[in-house]
Design a binder for this molecule. Sequence first.
Ligand code: GLU
Length: 300
Amino acid sequence: MTGRFAPSPSGRMHMGNLWSCLLAWLAARSVGGGMVLRLEDLDPDRCRQEYCDQIMRDLEWLGLDWDGAPVYQSQRTELYRQAFQKLEQQGLIYPCFCTRAERLAASAPHRSDGTAVYDGRCRSLSPEAREALSQTRRPAWRVQVPERSITFRDLLCGEYIEDLSRDCGDFILRRSDGIFAYQLAVVVDDADMGVTQVVRGSDLLSSTPRQIWLQDQLGLPHPEHGHLPLLLAPDGRRLAKRDRDLELGQLQTQYPAPELVGQLAYAACLIDRPEAVSPQELIPLFSWEKLPKRDLIWAL
Ligand code: GLU
């Protein structure tokens, strides 16, 4: 069994990131599993090495460790290119010339996460039309999804079903600036790094059917999944990196690590009172059955 941390180094971690990291680590370590670290730094406009370094210091400060060297997605373009090519050879990839405004106009709302379902309008462009459009624009690259339902059993959320063409639509695997998309990179990396259990926030639940389908097309194994309830700000918003009051830099000046870990463990129903505790001490207390199933309002 191998779990993973997969933070995006686009800023300092906040409580929501710590929550996912702590529980992913406990899920792995409580069954004697390995834990790997992958820095999801594909977007050069948003990600910085200093954030990567800070994330590693913050994980260590909390008492969370990982096995082996950290993996940087920005150094693995060749692997993504090979997977992309494999899908291309299956005839599943096509160029999409829509601008962002056109993409939005060509979309219906997504059932589960509020994003848009692309109507596939660039799928049937003739070779001549593609040639003509490519004179003026660099395309993004989409993968053509089948009319098929994908079902999986989540360790926390139970059975989840999605009809790929109706609920998701053809999705982008490579941006027009050449950057490979999260959905492709995550599937390639989880398999390459031997990840067998994916524990992350339930904001990514609806990405999972896409990832499972990509795993099938690429002949890769399916890890098991546990999607955690989200920590919400007192006004019901999702915590985001811009909520600086819940950013670790701020929290560290107010609380020692065992107190923060205790707060999280209490919210996860692993301990009865919010008392100081180390991640190590929580290992024997972890079980999936104890974890809450609904999103939590977080007021520290
Ligand atoms: N890098 C993503 C994030 O920080 C997580 C991706 C994943 O766990 O699959 O939100």
